[in-house]
Design a protein around this ligand. Structure first.
Ligand code: GLA
Length: 387
């Protein structure tokens, strides 16, 4: 953890603790989980393909203590709101942020594990709506805590990730894949993870870039996946897979797709074309990284951006502009990251181009849109944990 990040999370812990002792007296146990980046492999998770994420040094921390009742009292430091709820299905809180926590509790219970009443205070520095999975960080933090506090850590880590994913499906209206929660639960300092979302096998890839840096440029266009076109993208993919008689697009080739071209809509064709290309790009990037071939990594990133913008149509003007600026500056690779509809680009930049790139992108974006983008250097860090 960088010194700056360390100080920041210490200040956050202190604030959390102050609020906890004022509201509930005494102290609880601290848990944390992280946001994530994804080097490549977008919208492939729910298609049974590969993803290549890592947890980052932007985290959610929560201080939690069982309270001996069947009710939960939770205070959000950042939103400055309290939610109080019971643990039965009809007790769902009205605030969206609290539904993530309630959903996690319910999903733990639905799997036959225990959740009892608790008091909690939490805060975070994962930017909201930036495509860095603040919601997965929140879910994983509480899933990890419920496992630790009430279940002797008997729930395995994949199940913890699935608890977060089911929370999105059943309590938040987003039919997401497993990538974000997986990254948040399994994240390991200095390692990316290549996950096969069909077999759920994964490997850690030590993440070291020789002469390059990864940096996120946040357009600050807020992305909101709830009730969004995200679910529609997923439906398109499922329709095409069904037409092909396969479970997911993982098993489709461009030849297969072209065989049924006349039987599906032009839109569904484009969506599937993107996914089929993206599956291969993840594998190409992993191979290229092992050879230290950053040129190929970068090319694939640009191709992903092109596909997400033109075929999958999940980009926006600001992100396309950031991508164009990266290209103009000679940045090795750049693309929209995460679900889309706003948020960040992820950029692979040569060390000596880093400062000039940040200067140009900041100035030109400000000139065009009236505000500067936010810049987040990527630091690959640990995922869910007890502190
Ligand atoms: C969101 C979802 C993930 C994944 C990405 C796109 O972050 O939560 O499951 O589908 O979008 O790759």
């Amino acid at each position: 953890m960088s010194t700056q990040q360390h100080e920041c999370s210490n200040a956050m812990e202190q604030k959390i603790h102050e609020e906890f002792s004022t509201r509930f007296g005494g102290e609880g146990i601290l848990f944390a989980s992280a946001g994530r980046i994804n080097l490549i492999g977008e919208h492939t998770d729910y298609n049974g393909g590969f993803v290549f994420p890592g947890a980052i040094d932007k985290i959610i921390e929560a201080e939690i203590r069982p309270n001996g009742t069947d009710r939960c009292r939770v205070y959000s430091v950042d939103i400055k709101e309290t939610a109080e709820f019971g643990l039965k299905e009809e007790d769902a809180p009205s605030q969206q942020w609290a539904r993530y926590i309630f959903g996690v509790c319910r999903e733990v219970q639905k799997r036959g594990f225990v959740v009892k009443g608790f008091d909690a205070v939490f805060a975070g520095n994962v930017p909201l709506g930036a495509g860095l999975s603040s919601s997965a960080a929140l879910e994983s933090c509480f899933a990890f805590a419920m496992n630790d506090l009430f279940n002797d850590n008997k729930i395995d880590k994949f199940e913890l990730a699935k608890i977060g994913q089911s929370t999105e499906h059943n309590y938040c209206g987003v039919n997401c894949g497993i990538m974000d929660q997986f990254a948040s639960v399994f994240g390991k300092k200095d390692n990316l993870m290549r996950l096969d979302c069909r077999s759920m096998e994964f490997e850690y890839f030590p993440f070291k870039l020789d002469g390059y840096k990864l940096v996120l440029v946040d357009s600050q266009v807020k992305h909101e996946l709830v009730d969004s076109p995200y679910n529609k993208r997923r439906q398109s993919c499922e329709r095409v897979a069904e037409k092909l008689g396969i479970e997911t697009l993982r098993d489709a080739t461009m030849d297969d797709l072209n065989r049924i071209k006349d039987e599906i809509s032009e839109e569904d064709y484009k969506r599937a074309e993107y996914v089929i290309g993206e599956k291969q790009r993840v594998l190409d990037v992993c191979d290229a990284l092992e050879r230290g071939d950053y040129q190929t990594v970068g090319e694939r990133m640009y191709q992903t951006h092109e596909g997400m913008s033109k075929l999958y149509e999940v980009s926006c003007e600001e992100l396309d502009y950031l991508n164009d600026l990266a290209k103009e500056c000679g940045v090795t690779g750049s693309r929209i990251m995460g679900g889309g509809f706003g948020g960040c680009t992820i950029n692979l930049v040569k060390d000596d181009l880093y400062d000039p790139f940040i200067a140009v992108v900041t100035k030109k974006f400000q000139e065009k849109y009236g505000h500067e983008p936010k810049i987040y250097p990527v630091v690959i860090s640990d995922g869910a944990r007890r502190l």
